[in-house]
Ligand binder design. Structure first.
Ligand SMILES: Nc1ncnc2c1ncn2[C@@H]1O[C@H](COP(=O)(O)OP(=O)(O)OP(=O)(O)O)[C@@H](O)[C@H]1O
Ligand SMILES: [Mg+2]
Length: 466
């Protein structure tokens, strides 16, 4: 089934007629095409949508906040008056607002649904995360403007589209609450002509027509019954009736002209991104050294990693692999913490190190000004989770080479040979970043998000190293 055509009614200015337009547009669309599924959702805090459409008196199954917590939209939809479906409004949006920061969240939720036809979103009079999400998902954004200040505010909506690299094509200005009693001298005879000229002057495209200010329409939501009546049923004699019908017809025609819907694009982007993630992951696995970078014991088989404690990658990304927990712990204690004996796994010092290592990044790098072969020194840094230096130690490499010659088994040299030494056994210009991995799933560090963090820390640290 093809994705729904999403119409977002948004303006940062309050009281310009967004909710009146969104609710009536839904009813007019339904009147135009009885079979067309029309679904309305509102992030407004006035609950007008619920008041106007709710038939069911039972408690709602959920509300629009559920769209941001992974609930499938299909299970939130209620059938309402006039054949219009809606998702109930929420009074929990102010809490949720603080937790959300991803404007693609609504598109992602709607992409999972089986919604079709036209979805109309009534946004709040600001550019909060719910409005941003509604703009991001939209095939058509109608921006009601009633005066020069509300026209000025449109800039922020256009800026949002530019900032996210979205085409401005969906955006349309609609002069609303136009007072027919006002006339001007000069080329622009009334507020509609003037607002349209302002819009064109700023390079904004307009819907055809406008919505007039009508006392009758205003009275439709203030009456002794406490109801909100539609223009279609209770305001047919007003000019707004004709204007709403005209807007609905345009929206409908645009919807059938738009073969590639925003959600289709988004779904394709998601599939594409997933494929890219998959292939990036497979490439990362393929480039891994098979054995432990210290002792050579095989750890990687069929993109799966066995019993590794640490992951290491050189800053030029030429070498990446895993290190067994024991190998790394002993190497650190022996060469950098001056331990006289090997540390056993049940030693409390081991536990202490393992625990604190989870919050650390380790670095091995040639010490500054020691490029000369006979003066080579190796620096060992420890950085915290935020990429800030915690400690630093430098050792002479030659001294350890002597030990190597005296046939004492060295853990450090095989690691350096596999990672930082050039062909002549000199430390090259790169550094090695080492990070503790989960013992259950060591390869988790190669998953997109984790690897992204690892790479971000690598760049942050690289700017701080000498
Ligand atoms: N065409 C119209 N003629 C006269 N009054 C109107 C018209 N459209 C809306 N109104 C009135 O203007 C007021 C604001 O309308 P509405 O609630 O639709 O605006 P809004 O942009 O959704 O407001 P908010 O930003 O607070 O959500 C309401 O009292 C409504 O009855
Ligand atoms: Mg409103």
């Amino acid at each position: 089934m093809s994705a729904p055509y999403i119409v977002t009614i948004s303006s940062e200015k309050g009281g310009v007629g967004k909710t009146t337009l969104a609710t009536n547009l839904a009813i007019y669309l339904k009147a135009l095409h009885e079979d067309l599924p029309v679904t309305l959702l509102s992030f407004d805090n006035h609950f007008s949508v619920d008041q106007m459409f709710r038939i069911n008196r039972r408690p709602a199954k959920g509300d629009v906040s559920g769209l941001f917590s992974g609930i499938n939209p299909d299970s939130l939809i209620e059938m309402g008056e006039y054949g219009v479906q809606f998702i109930p409004s929420s009074n929990q949006l102010s809490d949720l607002r603080r937790e959300l920061d991803d404007p693609t969240a609504l598109a992602r939720a709607l992409a999972k649904s089986s919604l079709g036809g036209i979805v109309i979103i009534d946004a709040r009079p600001d550019l909060d995360i719910f409005t941003q999400s509604s703009l991001y998902a939209a095939d058509r954004v109608i921006v009601p403007v009633k005066d020069a200040p509300s026209m000025d505010n449109c800039r922020h909506i256009y800026d949002f589209f530019d900032l996210h690299g979205l085409s401005r094509r969906p955006l349309r200005i609609l002069p609303c609450l136009v007072d027919g009693r006002i006339h001007y001298e000069g080329p622009f005879r009334d507020p509609y002509q003037l607002l349209k000229a302002y819009a064109i002057n700023r390079g904004y495209r307009c819907m055809e027509g406008f919505i007039a200010k009508s006392p009758k329409v205003e009275s439709l939501n203030t009456n002794p019954e406490g109801k909100i009546y539609p223009v279609l049923t209770h305001g047919r004699q007003t000019e707004v009736h004709v204007q709403m019908a005209h807007i609905a017809r345009q929206v409908y025609l645009n919807s059938i002209d738009t073969e590639m819907r925003r959600l289709d694009e988004y779904r394709m982007d998601m599939i594409h991104a997933e494929e890219e993630h998959q292939s990036a992951y497979v490439t990362r696995c393929k480039n891994l050294e098979i054995g432990c970078l210290v002792c050579g014991q095989p750890l990687v088989k069929n993109n799966q990693v066995d019993s590794a404690g640490y992951f290491a990658q050189s800053s030029d990304q030429k070498v990446a692999g895993f290190i067994e927990e024991e190998c790394f712990t002993n190497l650190v204690f022996r060469y950098f913490y001056g331990a006289k004996r090997a540390i056993e796994a049940h030693d409390p010092i081991w536990d202490l190190f393992r625990e604190s290592a989870q919050r650390s990044f380790f670095i091995l790098q040639r010490a500054p000004h020691t490029r000369n072969f006979y003066q080579q020194k190796l620096s060992f840094y420890r950085f915290d989770d935020n990429g800030l230096e915690v400690s630093h130690k430098t050792i002479e490499l030659q001294e350890f080479e002597k030990r190597l010659l005296s046939k004492e088994r060295s853990d450090l040299f095989p690691l350096l040979e596999r990672t930082l030494f050039d062909d002549q056994g000199r430390l090259n210009d790169t550094f090695l970043l080492i990070r503790k991995v989960s013992s259950d799933l060591p390869e988790e560090i190669l998953f997109d998000k984790n690897f992204g963090n690892f790479s971000a820390i690598m760049s942050k640290i690289s700017t701080q190293l000498p």
